[in-house]
Design a protein around this ligand. Structure first.
Ligand code: PHE
Length: 342
């Protein structure tokens, strides 16, 4: 029987080692240790021996059985581990996959231009002033040399406020000039960015709400040359070193002389008769400007010998030229496809 045991042990070991699946292992276990397995068979045989032999053979049998069961257990553990590892490998998270991009917001294109314009003038010694969007008739018109019934009021299609004839939605940022001059003595050097309102039908180049930046410089001996130099430098900083500026005589009641300022076309560089931006003229209208009218100084209580210049420009216009945008409504519609380009 002992010789037989040795053979069983050898067989078991050689059968066990190539096993690669839990199923095969279970099959092996049943065959050796199951109810009708090889070891039960041996036990049955053992019972038929004399008690002396039983004890001797029994010990040998148990020793082999225990050792084989141990091998089986360790193989079981090994196979379970391999299987677990294979499953983990299969369902493994791929940490190297790039994450969904974080959406980082940016300023609205109009805000970007506004900030650029402000930086340009702040670097030239201007400080930023602000005023309310609901203004008095006096600040928006009266003190700016536009008395009631003056035909110049027709230049501004104004939103008035029902039941409150002395107040209106400001039609330009020029009333900030009045507010600043009434609250401080000369010298003054301010720019005033903000929203303005006109009762206009909305189309590709008009909106009932838009943005302006006002400029005002007041001091002794301020001349038209100072105005030209300031504007020329600012336009070069905003549109490029080679940009030309041109002043055309124009009428605004609160300046004298008054001018409209054009810049040389930055799109076609004055070379295309069919340029959609300058319409072949080579020039783009940029802002209104001029020397502050004596009546304005009088209205704010400044001495008559004081001098100053003022200018006002539309922010939408600048943004459209800078970014090549042909429809102003894009600025207000809040489409991310449009906005995320800036
Ligand atoms: N306020 C004028 C407008 O809205 C622009 C302007 C400002 C003109 C300052 C001259 C001086 O049209």
């Amino acid at each position: 029987m002992t010789a037989h045991l040795n053979e069983i042990e050898k067989n078991f070991i050689s059968e066990l080692s190539p096993i690669a699946s839990l199923q095969d292992l279970e099959e092996l276990r049943k065959r050796y240790f199951g109810r009708k397995g090889i070891f039960n068979d041996l036990l049955d045989k053992l019972k038929k021996l004399s008690s002396e032999q039983k004890q001797k053979e029994g010990q040998a049998l148990n020793a082999v059985k225990e050792s084989l069961e141990k091998s089986l257990q360790s193989k079981l553990k090994q196979l379970e581990e391999t299987q677990l590892r294979a499953e983990l490998e299969k369902n493994r998270e791929d940490w190297s996959l790039p994450a969904a991009p974080l959406l980082i917001g940016s300023s609205h294109p109009l805000t970007q231009i506004l900030e650029e314009v402000m930086e340009t003038f702040v670097s030239m010694g201007f400080s930023v002033a602000e005023g309310p969007e609901i203004e008095t008739d006096e600040n928006n018109f009266g003190a700016l040399n536009i008395p009631p019934d003056h035909p110049a009021r027709d230049m501004h299609d104004t939103f008035y406020i029902r039941g409150n004839p002395q107040h209106l939605m400001r039609t330009h940022t020029s009333p900030v000039q009045i507010r600043v001059m009434r609250s401080q003595k000369p010298p003054v050097r301010i720019i005033a960015p903000g929203r303005v309102y006109r009762h206009e039908a909305v189309d590709a180049t008009h909106s009932s709400v838009f943005h302006q930046v006002e400029g005002l410089a007041v001091d002794e001996n301020v001349s038209f040359a100072d105005l030209k130099g300031t504007i020329a430098l600012a336009c070069q900083r905003l549109f490029g070193k080679n940009v030309q500026t041109r002043f055309r005589p124009s009428y605004f009641p609160f300046v004298e002389p008054g001018a409209e300022v054009d810049i040389s076309c930055t799109i076609c560089r004055q070379s295309q008769s069919n340029c959609p931006v300058c319409k072949g003229t080579g020039w783009i209208e940029m802002m209104g400007a001029g020397m502050v009218h004596p009546n304005v100084f009088q209205a704010v209580g400044y001495p008559p010998e004081i001098t100053g210049f003022a200018f006002g420009m539309g922010i939408e216009r600048i943004a459209m030229i800078r970014y090549g945008i042909s429809d102003m409504r894009l600025f207000y519609e809040n489409h991310l496809d449009f906005l995320s380009q800036f």
